[in-house]
Design a protein around this ligand. Structure first.
Ligand code: HH2
Length: 264
């Protein structure tokens, strides 16, 4: 899954693809590199990022989705949004995956929209171990159990709202900041990914260029490709199926070699 951030302020590529023509060109380039999903987002999840109104978010992402569809893109378009209005318009424009990082907590109506469109739905854990319920306090609860319980509950909710289980993708929500995990918790989630794979749905990992990789390598955001690849390969070996990355070609090379070696 290639990331296309149509934002002025994303943490690693803010402003690079804010112009719609550049965003479309970037999406097409990521497809040529081998992406089978393109994740189009118009609002940064970075803490302190400017909140974006639905109208402005739609103004950013809908023309890009329309242009990619018009260009005959074969990759599935994913919309990275938590707003029902934006998602409704993205689905009308041809998006086939709803990537709601709030896992339907912001707008439960997203479930119905996704179900009606027959789209896939990615449910992500956000908010740190203490936020997901049942925690005794930040850092005390086992992060993997907390994330697992949260994803199970959100999956039950989505299914009850009409989204077929076979359309659901699960994501532990790697990252610090808004995603609320310490370096140790990110590593624990990666190490014990099979416990989430055991939930029976494809697992998506979004580690690309994130700060825990910077913390461990001392590298700035644009120099975290090698660190990202290490996480992608380890996640593949542990059963992850979708890799949300900024650097598609480099990750895909590594994943092809790892996949051939694993030989599943
Ligand atoms: N990470 C980001 C945004 N959306 N969606 C899923 N499912 N999983 C993730 O890990 C994830 C995500 C943050 O990365 P990015 O889009 O590059 O940055 P920003 O939110 O600053 O635009």
């Amino acid at each position: 899954m290639g990331v296309v951030n149509v934002t002025p302020d994303s943490f690693s590529d803010g402003g690079h693809y804010f112009d719609p023509e550049r965003a479309v060109a970037h999406g097409l380039a990521l497809e040529r590199e081998g992406a089978t999903y393109l994740d189009i987002g118009g609002e940064s999840t970075r803490p302190g990022a400017d909140p974006v109104e639905a109208r402005e978010e739609s103004r950013r992402v809908i023309p890009v989705i329309e242009a990619l569809v018009a260009a005959g893109v074969r990759a599935r378009i994913s919309v990275d949004s938590s707003k029902a209005d934006v998602i409704e318009r993205a689905l009308d424009a041809g998006a086939m995956l709803v990537n709601d990082v709030t896992a339907l907590r912001n707008a439960p109506r997203i479930a119905e929209l996704t179900a009606r469109a027959g789209a896939e739905l990615c449910l992500m854990h956000m908010g740190g171990a203490a936020d997901a319920g049942g925690a005794t306090g930040a850092g005390e609860e086992d992060v993997v159990s907390t994330v697992k319980r949260f994803l199970e509950e959100r999956m039950r909710f989505a299914v009850a709202e009409g989204v077929p289980e076979e359309k659901i993708i699960l994501d532990p929500g790697f990252g610090a900041g808004s995603f609320g995990k310490s370096v140790a918790q990110n590593l624990e989630l990666l190490r014990r990914l099979p416990e989430l794979v055991a939930l029976g749905r494809p697992v998506l990992v979004g580690t690309s260029r994130k700060s825990f990789i910077g913390d461990l390598t001392g590298r700035g955001v644009e120099d975290r490709v090698a660190g990202t690849i290490a996480t992608s390969v380890m996640a593949l070996e542990r059963g992850a199926r979708i890799f949300r990355v900024h650097d598609v070609a480099a990750n895909l090379d590594a994943l092809r070699i790892a996949d051939a070696t694993i030989g599943r």
